[in-house]
Design a protein around this ligand. Structure first.
Ligand code: 1VU
Ligand code: MG
Length: 354
């Protein structure tokens, strides 16, 4: 652990000064495109203005024999596309792979200032972030980059989850975390075979009824309620991120056709404190936009509470419910997010009446 006085010092001579506060522009979806796929790359200029974050994926989902093509695709997109206010990220291959070093080198030396964030998969502990931190500083110094690249880590191993606080605290470059439910399930030996979402076998069942003889009747017809496999991990990730001033995201939802269940998964994450989720297909962009933009009815209610609460202290009754210092703080979270998103999206601003 670096002493506090050194925490914000550049890790290489000539590297840019580390940031002190993580920027929080609209971040409702991280839209993935496979950077090796020419057809998908050709869609990037049209998709860029419709998403908050666009990510060139070099890792899982890209076949081993297309890793070099994906890296070249990342560089081509970075050098040719005007991203406007959309953030541009890449996901490099994992640090134990034969491609990671070349991916990171190309990302810094050949993408210029276009790249905002590097997503590092399968982060297991702070040592992974320390390695990337120093390497990025050396490459930034070499390339003459004027602003530091930020780092986003995917939580997708049990050890990564166990070390989540140390990962968040490892560097001022840490921008955020994503939950990677598919790799995490495999690493934990969970017995699911899907990418995120629930499972019909993970449930609780009503108690058995009691018969006339006072004995319980064990039948299988009692109501069951499916439970959320990801509640614990998302909540743990959110607490770690908030503690360290970085941003939590839900990751992928693999059942592309089931936009209803995707919306449910995204909303669980939104309600628990995540700022966005991954979109893997164009249909998931609108799902994320809808879920991670506060509901206009919630914004209107929150504004009423803020208005009624005056200086924000004390307690009062509104529509039969008690409001006080703590509820008004929640209302401020909702209204601040709505305002922040509205600055970039006049259509959304109109739905809030701003
Ligand atoms: O109508 P067109 O033919 O012109 O376009 C197709 C398709 O090319 C396009 N499209 C996309 N465009 C931009 N970004 C995307 N991510 C994207 N996905 C599709 O949309 C039109 C309709 O597509 P489709 O419904 O026919 O779907 P496809 O069979 O073409 O593609 C489906 C997959 C899932 C293969 C594709 O969406 C994809 O590659 N998505 C990204 C997958 C990915 O990044 N996986 C890794 C992250 S998840 C992880 O690491 C853990 C599980
Ligand atoms: Mg993964």
């Amino acid at each position: 652990m670096r002493p506090a006085k050194d925490f914000f010092r550049p890790l290489a001579v000539g590297a840019p000064e580390p940031i002190r506060e993580v920027p929080f522009p609209p971040s409702r979806m991280i839209h993935f495109f496979p950077a090796a796929n020419e057809k998908m790359r050709s869609k990037v200029p049209a998709i860029a203005p419709t998403v908050d974050i666009l990510l060139a994926n070099l890792e899982d989902g890209v076949p081993a024999d297309q890793k070099e093509a994906a890296r070249a695709g990342l560089v081509e997109v970075a050098q040719t596309v005007d991203f406007g206010q959309t953030q541009f990220w890449t996901r490099v291959n994992s640090l134990d792979s034969p491609w990671a070093l070349d991916d990171i080198t190309a990302a810094v030396l050949e993408c210029g200032e276009a790249l905002d964030v590097i997503m590092i998969p399968k982060v297991e502990g702070p040592e992974d972030i320390h390695y990337v931190d120093r390497l990025l500083a050396q490459l930034e110094a070499k390339s003459g980059r004027t602003r530091p690249l930020l780092v986003h880590a995917i939580l997708e191993t049990a050890r990564g989850v166990a070390n989540v606080e140390e990962i968040c605290a490892a560097s001022p470059r840490m921008q955020g975390l994503s939950l990677g439910p598919a790799d995490l399930a495999a690493n934990r030996r969970m017995k699911t075979t899907r990418v995120g979402g629930g499972h019909p076998g993970y449930l609780v069942r009503e108690d058995p009824p009691v018969g006339d003889d006072g004995e319980t009747v064990i039948d299988a017809t009692r109501a069951t309620h499916q439970q959320d496999l990801w509640h614990y991990t998302i909540a743990r990730m959110v607490d770690a991120c908030v503690t360290h001033g970085i941003l939590p995201f839900y990751g992928p939802f693999g059942d592309i056709k089931d936009t209803v269940a995707c919306e449910d998964q995204f909303r669980n994450a939104y309600l628990l404190g995540c700022v966005g989720a991954w979109s893997l297909h164009p249909v998931q962009i609108d799902v994320a936009k809808k879920v991670f933009s506060p509901d206009p009815a919630d914004v209107a209610h929150a504004q009423r509470v803020i208005e009624a609460m005056g200086d924000g202290t004390g307690a009062l009754m509104l529509d039969g419910k008690m409001e006080d210092d703590a509820s008004v703080k929640q209302c401020h979270v909702v209204v601040e997010l709505a305002k922040r998103l509205s600055e970039r999206d006049p259509e959304l601003a109109a739905t809030y009446g701003f």
